[in-house]
Design a protein around this ligand. Sequence first.
Ligand SMILES: Cc1cc2nc3c(=O)[nH]c(=O)nc-3n(C[C@H](O)[C@H](O)[C@H](O)COP(=O)(O)OP(=O)(O)OC[C@H]3O[C@@H](n4cnc5c(N)ncnc54)[C@H](O)[C@@H]3O)c2cc1C
Length: 502
Amino acid sequence: MTPIRKIVIVGGGTAGWMTAAGLAAVLKGLPIDIQLVESAEIGTVGVGEATVPHIRDYNARLGLDEADFMRKTQATYKLGIEFRDWGRKGEAYVHPFGAFGQPIAGIPFHQHWLRARARGEAAPIQAYSLPIMAGLAGKFAPPSSDPRSLGSTFSYAYQFDAGLYALYLRAYSEARGVVRTEGKIATVAQRPDDGFVTGVTLESGHTIEGDLFVDCSGFRGLLIEQTLQAGYDDWTQWLPCDRAAAVPCDSVEPATPLTRATSDAAGWRWRIPLQHRVGNGYVYCSSYISDDEAARVLVEKLDGKPQQDPRFLRFVTGRRKRQWLKNVVAIGLSSGFLEPLESTSIHLIQVAISTLLELFPHQGCEQADQDEYNRVMDLEFERIRDFLVLHYHANQREDSAFWNDRRAAPIPDSLARKIALFRERGVVAAYKDGFFKEPSWLSVYLGQNVLPDGFDPLVEAIDPAQSARLLAELKAAVARTVETMPEHETFLRSVADARAPA
Ligand SMILES: Cc1cc2nc3c(=O)[nH]c(=O)nc-3n(C[C@H](O)[C@H](O)[C@H](O)COP(=O)(O)OP(=O)(O)OC[C@H]3O[C@@H](n4cnc5c(N)ncnc54)[C@H](O)[C@@H]3O)c2cc1C
């Protein structure tokens, strides 16, 4: 078995530079060259500002200093996503990065809450969540490391300028030996006997050869699709939004530690507050609204002055049939696309990098490695897909054809099973692989009025007065803790204005 000696990364967007930095950090002791090719003429997709907490593991693995990263990427903190108008119009809920309470006598907290609710003794579930109440109050402090403390019951992510993040990672990667080549790839060479990619040739005539190729070329999938024709599972029957208009605007208020997703007549709008601006976009379905109308609505609903004209992006929701094929691994938009409703694309890039490292191959790229990689990534995509579809399916807006159609549209069987389980007595289907766990599903079910008919019968083993008391204590503790937390903007300034390390 011949070891890999040369890796070529095609593309220098968020996926390309995250891959370069991740590989450079982990493979540093090995005699492996890493090259990255990118084309300024083609450019990058240029959006992607909201993340999930796992980004902190990625940054930590690279050894990045958090304050330095925050300054260089104009980042803000994020405690969750606020969803407006997704159940009935006028309603809102937050999907937090944290649990709703702790289990009582081994039974999930929400089961006790469901019983208390049935008895008319419960406050809205959000009152029991520290990250929700802190986020809505515009407060932020990092979690406590003391597991007994309420302050340890949440996590956080970032909202950042993805272009600056890619630049930051580029500097990191180049300092660790990654060689960057600017230029447009014109042709791709393959080995005649097995179709493995052997090299890419730029328009300048310069050829870059490699043993392993990571396709980070964006939606076009230059290697995985245009060369190897891996195929694409089209999921538009479940997630029909196919376009987005994006525009940054001036900040007119302190940055909130929450991303916002507001449903609109033909899709939904994102609002992502950064230090230097607010990122905005309208993800929509082109069968229900024109580009011009989507851009008009987007601009009309901005908080502040737009900083440029809206940009339009087109996409097909779905997943590459094989994300690793022969000696090409597709990472980022080349591997598939799920709309940014739950800020999952950068997370999928990260999962792809760590899975590739776990299965790091020899030059032969054994079939067993490819199969395992594809199994893991398929599951990640499917589980996120189901979670996204739930948001659309469980809407109660009756004021637009788009939303009426989403309620009526068929859903994946895997999601139908999960909803049926929850509707019966509030059981959230558990799984080992895949990102969204119980608190995430719970927040969307309850936030969009998918209410169970009953609750876990084992709850009755606990005296209702006792669980009502514990619920009340938790609610009071959450309120008290929020009181003591600093304003997000104040905390952010203390980090952003602190002197950069020498
Ligand atoms: C509307 C929208 C909103 C999004 N919001 C979020 C979000 O909030 N959170 C999140 O996590 N993700 C979000 N994403 C996803 C996120 O933007 C992408 O996952 C991320 O930017 C990765 O893109 P990429 O690097 O795969 O592709 P790209 O940014 O398209 O980069 C492709 C690279 O390949 C290079 N390239 C292509 N062809 C050639 C060639 N022939 N020769 C040389 N170089 C070539 C290009 O120059 C470029 O460097 C969003 C995506 C969209 C579409």
